[in-house]
Design a protein. Structure first.
Length: 506
């Protein structure tokens, strides 16, 4: 079983080879004592694909012996200086399956093999406050890197915060270090420095496509951004981190929407098959995401009721119902991420970005081409909203409002993608359209909640329990849905006006 730790650290190097003494940190940011912890010898072998895909994305996978935390360590970047470290015991596997699965969106079918070996002599000190509480660990590492016949050597200093310590401590330490002749290391990790100094740095990814300022350049930049989001959220979904399924699904939908919106830029004969696969992936992830939203909604609605209205074992029934559905939905999401179709989708997306099927409009100025596409999606949304409002209350209107919701997402995503080229008018339109999307989303959530509540009421009645509470919640959801429907015309009037302003370039 892999263990996870949030690692917040800063690496430093000496500016002069002649002076390699650390300053006294006593008195810096509440540090009252620096306690020596001895010296350890570490032997770490770093694994990657033959073309160094992990290193290119800032990830490291190592097998380390020696020291207090020997074992396998996978480090996933969170933000500059912050990484999630996922550990697994040494074992007999070449690479632990639990760690390899987290890398599948990057490695695909490529093998992970040893690439670099780092031998380190580490001197460790603990930085303590007045109560003897650990604030951070200070390590001085004398490192030798080996990659085939090539070698490199250097000394670096690392300060890693203890759990719960104030990140401001790193800024204070950096200030003291600068005065003493140390600077923040230019390399984000030991591996990155080892690769650079042994002449094996991962190759820079090419950025093919038309010239800056063109429609093609803007659309491709947006697609690359969403591709990175998709890849980045994959391991988070596998780890079942909060909101990860939602974020991965959003990236999937943004990709699919962009390929539809900007058909004048990219040839649809090449993009339509990819759109179909993206639709499939969003649907597979959606089962888990929809259950997550539904669970939170029903728990919230129960919490709003007076305890006297909770007749029967309603909370227990909801918990059992959710556990069964969530288990199934999570297994479905993981099966999708482990499928050949998913890996083929990622390969197809990479191939599209490497050799984009550009049309004539791709070489034209971005503002004109993108504005036309955004207007077209907004007009499409207008037709669907008006069609829904013309329907009588009931199932048919619910379906029409759901279609309008999907059109609102696409129109919003189109404006978001165009905002860097079109500026404030696109940003304002995206903001207005998001309000419509949110309202329609709340309405759809109410529709889905009513279906679930009816099912729970049937189950309760079949078990001889009272169905009163489920019926009460059903009625409240009906009232909420009616309220959303009454709010829509006024909100749409404002959004429509914003769309007209956008068409005028305002």
């Amino acid at each position: 079983m892999a263990d996870t730790k949030r690692e917040i650290e800063r690496k430093f190097e000496f500016t002069s080879a002649a002076t390699k003494r650390l300053p006294d940190l006593t008195g810096t940011a509440g540090i009252t004592a620096v306690r020596r912890q001895g010296t350890a010898r570490l032997d770490a072998v770093y694994y990657d694909t033959h073309d160094l895909r992990l290193a290119a994305d800032g990830l490291t996978l190592r097998r380390r012996t020696g020291g207090a935390d020997e074992g396998w360590h996978l480090k996933l970047p969170v933000s500059p200086g912050v990484r999630d470290e996922i550990a697994a015991p040494l074992g007999d596997e070449a690479v632990p399956r639990a760690l390899a699965s987290l890398l599948r969106s990057r490695t695909r079918e490529a093998d992970l093999a040893p690439q670099v070996r780092l031998l380190s002599k580490r001197k460790v000190r603990h930085l303590l406050d007045a109560h003897g509480t650990l604030l951070a660990e200070l390590s001085t590492d004398t490192v030798t890197a080996e990659r085939g016949p090539a070698t490199a050597a250097w000394t670096e200093v690392e300060v890693e915060l203890a759990d719960g310590a104030d990140p401001a401590l790193l800024d204070a330490v950096e200030k003291t270090f600068r005065t003493a002749g140390l600077k923040v290391s230019a390399a984000p990790s030991k591996l990155a420095r080892a690769l650079a100094e042994t002449g094996a740095a991962p190759p820079a990814r090419p950025a093919p496509g038309p010239a800056d300022g063109t429609a093609g350049a803007r659309v491709l930049a947006y697609l690359r951004q969403q591709r990175e989001a998709l890849i980045t959220h994959d391991p988070a979904v596998r780890r079942d981190l909060p909101d990860s399924v939602h974020q991965m699904r959003v990236a999937t939908r943004r990709l699919r929407s962009a390929l539809a919106t900007y058909r004048s830029v990219l040839d649809r004969t090449a993009t339509d098959p990819l759109r179909a696969d993206l639709r499939w992936l969003a649907a597979e992830l959606g089962v888990d995401r929809d259950q997550e939203v539904l669970r939170e909604r029903l728990h919230t609605r129960l919490g709003e009721l007076d305890v006297t209205l909770l007749l029967g074992p309603v909370r227990a029934r909801l918990r059992i119902w959710d556990t069964a559905r969530r288990t199934e939905s999570r297994l479905r999401a993981l099966a999708a991420l482990d499928s050949e179709r998913y890996l083929a989708l990622l390969d197809s997306l990479d191939a599209l970005l490497a050799g984009p099927p550009l049309r004539k409009a791709a070489s034209r100025p971005a503002a004109k081409v993108l504005a036309k596409a955004v207007r077209r999606d907004h007009d499409r949304l207008a037709r669907k909203v008006e069609r829904a409002l013309a329907r009588g209350a009931g199932h048919e209107r619910d379906l029409a409002l759901h279609e309008a919701r999907k059109a609102a997402k696409r129109a919003r995503y189109a404006a978001d993608a165009a905002a860097p080229a079109l500026g404030k008018p696109a940003e304002r339109l995206a903001k207005a359209t998001k309000k419509v999307q949110t309202l329609l989303g709340d309405h759809q959530d109410s529709v889905v909640a009513r279906e679930a509540l009816r099912g729970l009421a049937v189950q309760a009645a079949g078990a001889g329990e009272s169905a009163f509470t489920w019926g009460l919640l059903y009625g409240r959801e009906e009232t909420l849905a009616e309220r959303y429907e009454r709010q829509l015309p006024k909100l749409w009037k404002k959004t429509s006006a914003r769309g007209a302003a956008f068409a005028r370039g305002r």
